[in-house]
Design a protein around this ligand. Structure first.
Ligand code: ARG
Length: 460
């Protein structure tokens, strides 16, 4: 048989392969509950403006409510010949309530319906992702506060640069995630606009009230232009761009966690429950969770490219191409939620190894800049100070001695302005404490920054 929803003008049934090829029900059934919410609001609005009677509305709303439960219980029989989630639900409604079910689609098209469903669904998912981002930030802030005095090497080019506090490093991660959360909130504002009422592309001849529907569905406002409303998926691209930046950040954190858990660094321990072993090497404990998150960034970037390419050069208005928006978007959501859950659970469980971190910072001349700054305070020009300290470091490499291990007479070979007060600035504690301004690594600054971050998180 031809499709019962649109078969009127067709003289032969759809080819069986074409029916399967064009169907989306296998993946868009994920939108079912939001599709029903949208339909209930649409029917309610149609009754409000007199297009449906109150009795018709009541029958539709009750029927859709039962269908929502059938779906939630897993009892709904999805049909591929019925193509997509929208026609499956509408057909079931007509089975249940008869001819009134056929009136639901008055003044509506699947084009505005599907665009509305995706926005409703994505809006709910954004709120879940937002809560997980908050949980991750909280974990980072509290760990940073606990580790405000813990000294580790800071790196540039992955070479020891200057000592920093572990808390400061963790708050750098926190800043990245805080910006991701802001981007998500900004994206949500543009998701929260209602396509319904645009119908197929031009609007509809019925006296619909789009403000009523928008309010029933919690949308900020109806979309301004019907052609734009049914055709663009920039909001899905925007979410995926947010997700790509987030995963980029998580991949950087992952990379550091992988390095830090290695025997060569040995800065932290991840509890066994976040790690796995090797089937051949009995000694192994592998940081699979951060490795997998690092890897999953590639999959999300791929979805961003898919969606950008999907939309590229599409003429107005709706094209069937857009059916391809769902799988990349859904997989992006699943991936983001999984990675965030793993990270938000794992971060508070990180166990720092302060002695190892400190020892690594002590090696590698990490206070060389402090010595140069010391000379500047004694009246030496910075470039000359740089040269003097460079010579001291070369001597240290030759002698196998760190700057803080040198005797005063050894240091004074390079500059007689050096006095015995130099040893304060060569200590790791002195070095970090001296960077005592907003944004600096001093323990007091880290505690103050953690408090500001907490306040920011609480403000939401
Ligand atoms: N399954 C379709 C999609 O996801 C629904 C809209 C179909 N509209 C149409 N005119 N064929 O895009």
């Amino acid at each position: 048989p031809t499709n019962q929803s649109w078969g009127g003008r067709f003289s032969e049934p759809t080819d069986a392969f074409v029916a399967r090829f064009t169907a989306s029900v296998d993946f868009d059934q994920r939108l079912a509950q939001h599709d029903i919410r949208g339909s209930i609001a649409h029917a309610t609005m149609l009754a409000r403006v007199g297009v449906l009677s109150d009795a018709e509305r009541d029958a539709i709303v009750a029927g859709l409510g039962e269908i929502a439960e059938e779906i939630a219980r897993g009892e709904f029989a999805w049909s591929v010949p019925l193509e997509d989630v929208h026609m499956n639900i509408e057909a079931r409604l007509t089975d249940k309530i008869g001819i009134t079910g056929k009136k639901l689609h008055t003044g509506r098209s699947r084009n505005d319906q599907v665009a509305t469903d995706i926005r409703l669904y994505l809006r709910d998912e954004i709120d879940i992702v937002d809560a997980e981002l908050g949980r991750l930030r909280e974990g980072l802030i509290e760990l940073a506060n606990r580790e405000a005095d813990t000294i580790m090497p800071g790196f540039t080019h992955l070479q020891t640069a200057q000592p920093v506090t572990f808390g400061h490093h963790l708050l750098a991660w926190q800043e990245m995630v805080a910006r991701d959360q802001q981007r998500l909130a900004d994206c949500r504002r543009r998701v929260n606009v209602m396509p319904l009422g645009a119908a197929a592309l031009a609007g509809t001849t019925y006296p619909i009230d789009r403000h009523v529907t928008a309010e029933l569905l919690g949308f900020e406002r109806p979309a301004e232009n019907s052609l734009d409303a049914v055709s663009d998926r920039d909001f899905a691209i925007e979410f995926t761009a947010f997700a790509s930046l987030l995963l980029m950040h998580l991949s950087r954190m992952s990379e550091e966690l992988v390095l830090w858990t290695s025997a060569q660094f040995d800065f932290i321990d991840l509890p066994d429950r976040f790690c796995t072993g090797s089937s051949i090497m009995p000694q192994k404990k592998n940081p699979d969770v951060p490795e997998l998150v690092r890897g999953k960034s590639g999959r999300v970037y791929g979805h961003l490219m898919s969606l950008l390419t999907l939309m590229k050069s599409q003429p107005l208005a709706y094209n069937k191409d857009n059916q391809e928006d769902k799988e990349p978007l859904f997989d992006t959501l699943d991936t983001v939620k999984g990675c965030l859950r793993a990270f938000a659970d794992m971060i508070p469980a990180i166990q720092a190894k302060p002695d190892n971190m400190r020892e690594a910072a002590r090696r590698g001349f990490s206070t060389a800049t402090d010595l140069a700054d010391y000379l500047v305070r004694k009246g030496v020009a910075f470039r000359d100070a740089h040269e003097i300290v460079g010579q001291s470091v070369a001597y240290g490499i030759e002698q196998g001695k760190d700057l803080s291990d040198m005797r005063l007479d050894e240091l004074r070979q390079f500059s007689d302005t050096i006095g015995d007060d130099v040893f304060e600035v060569l200590t790791l504690e002195g070095s970090v404490a001296a960077r005592n301004h907003i944004g600096g690594t001093a323990p007091d600054q880290v505690r103050a920054a953690a408090q500001r971050a907490r306040d920011d998180l609480a403000r939401g």
